[in-house]
Design a protein around this ligand. Sequence first.
Ligand code: DSN
Length: 448
Amino acid sequence: MEWLENLKQTDPELYDSIQKELERQRTGLEMIPSENFTSPAVMEAMGSILTNKYSEGYPGKRYYGGNQFIDVVERLAQERAKKLFNVPHANVQPYSGSPANFAVYVALCKAGDTIMGQELTHGGHLTHGWKTSATGMFFNSVQYHVKQDGYIDIDEVRKLAHENKPKIIWVGSTAYSREFPFEEFSKIADEVGAYLVADIAHISGLVIAGAHASPTPYVHIITTTTHKTLRGPRGAMIMVTQKGLDKDPELADKIDKAIFPGLQGGPHDHQTAGIAVALLEASKPSFKNYGHQIVKNSRALAEELKSNGLKLVTNGTDNHMILIDLTPFGKGKGVFVQDALDEAGITLNKNTIPNDPSSPFYPSGVRLGTPALTTRGMLEDEMKIIGKLISQVINEVKNYELPGDKDERIKYLKKFREEIKNNLVLKYVRKQVEELCGRFPLYPASSI
Ligand code: DSN
């Protein structure tokens, strides 16, 4: 039977959109660093009859009947996570990364308690205490920054920690291209008696592969999404380390209670099954190669971008991600670069850079990465080609200037988006992109 045949019959309109999205993924270069292509096996688990079940509680302690097989599924996911990250406890039920992080607050804090995280505009995540997130509204949030060179300002972290005595310190962020200094954070957290929580959403696949240091010996809690470098379904996990249990023997129980009944209802059992499959895949030797290749590709791409005259935050990368600082061309250029690359078949995202002279909606940088391209089998040689193509596109649009006036800006962007449709360089890049994608087929018909 053809892939999605039942859906095609039942809802042709929706089916059509999925087919178009599949074609978009197949024929373009997916370079948003938080995205990836999960396997057909993971998608089968996600599309399975497990979506039919309610199973509030945990294996062996459910509120509803009929959970004997769900218990097996959830235990598989828990055990695989524990083994891969070398931790004594794993909760695999969080619906996604933001609820997972919020559960950590629910487990450890009362409203108004002080917490510390990396500021959003300096690469941190919303849920690490940014003012528009519930984590910044309900807690007294102290934010640390990166230095002028783009690296985390560990002296500031120590100073703020000693001044403010936070309950939680977050390490790990969403737009940071260097190795996280877990050991130094751990010393600071211990000095002030804080819980140290590593949010490794972006790098969990690299940690498993040994392509990034593991936080396990240094932190009390680890949170991660499961769909980024880990290449699983959308979802998340919270893990408690031995160091965490040594600090607080009740910690695992507190985390479990924060997820259910604290924040969530029934776990998404199909998602748990997808996570279990992804963790099994990540335990294979080929995943180690995958993780290391992501970083090699990222470094090769960074070098190519630099040799084409582009400026990178921290001047390079240690992980899967690169931040291009577009301020040498002016402020607020991220939107032009994102849209022009989209037109040329290369998807990345506009992003603030540290001390951005513009606003988060019209930032002065773009963020890109190599996890999805590496899943397609692309290597350093392809990164060099891609680096040149990206540089050509940036060169085409770098002189567009964003008007300060809001109405003018909307009109200007509309005109810009019309103009780039006819840009010959972008058309040429689009052709190169399609040719490249054709050499690295994604989800061939025989696999889905
Ligand atoms: N939205 C994710 C990312 O792109 O990094 C973080 O939540």
